[in-house]
Design a protein around this ligand. Structure first.
Ligand code: FES
Length: 190
């Protein structure tokens, strides 16, 4: 799916930095039709999106849609990973990993917010945990805040390169959705 195919009012949600493209799987293409059928909760729980990460170079980001939510995917630079790893979790406003792939109250280390062997990739639900705005930081040239992650322009929340809240009114880290690598360059969200 190229950016040209997107409706103007969805562009903010489907920003593709650089020349990257988002490839979505059949499950996500079915989503509009499933929605029209007013599915029950069990149908919604099965929905998933497959994203091809191969065009996303180091330092670039893409945004996919999953269950009507923007999913921020960033291929972090070594410096961004190091910055995320070198944080004392005890100093964070929210020290919880907020990772749907983990069982419970895991500490919010960068390792607990990424997948082992793919630590350069951060995958987040791109909805500010304050009042639900879409933070900036996906597009080239976006304000990213002083921690180099994401910045919510609504009330000034600042997230780091692991998507953890560092300043501002947002109470929780950006959530990591359920996802897994299906190959070295593809993830399945949901
Ligand atoms: S909605 Fe993001 S800071 Fe208020």
């Amino acid at each position: 799916m190229s950016t040209e195919a997107l409706e103007p009012n969805r562009r903010d949600f489907l920003v593709v930095a650089g020349n990257a493209f988002v490839a979505v799987g059949a499950a996500s293409l079915l989503w509009p039709f499933i929605q029209q059928m007013n599915p029950d909760a069990s149908t919604m729980a099965l929905s998933s999106v497959e994203v091809d990460l191969s065009p996303v170079k180091e330092g670039q980001a893409i945004t996919a849609m999953w269950r009507g939510k923007p999913i921020f995917i960033r291929n972090r630079t070594k410096a961004e990973v190091e910055a995320a790893e070198n944080v004392d979790v005890k100093t964070l406003p929210d020290d919880n990993a907020r990772n749907e792939n983990l069982p419970g109250d895991e500490p919010g280390t960068d390792a607990n917010r990424t997948i082992k062997g793919h630590e350069n990739w951060i995958v987040l639900i791109g909805i500010c945990t304050h009042l639900g705005c879409i933070p900036k930081g996906q597009a080239m040239g976006d304000e990213r805040g002083e921690y180099g992650g994401w910045f919510c322009p609504c009330h000034g929340s600042v997230y780091d390169t692991s998507g953890r809240i560092r300043k501002g009114p947002a109470p929780r880290n950006l959530e990591v959705p359920t996802y897994a690598f299906t190959t070295d360059t593809k993830i399945k969200i949901g």
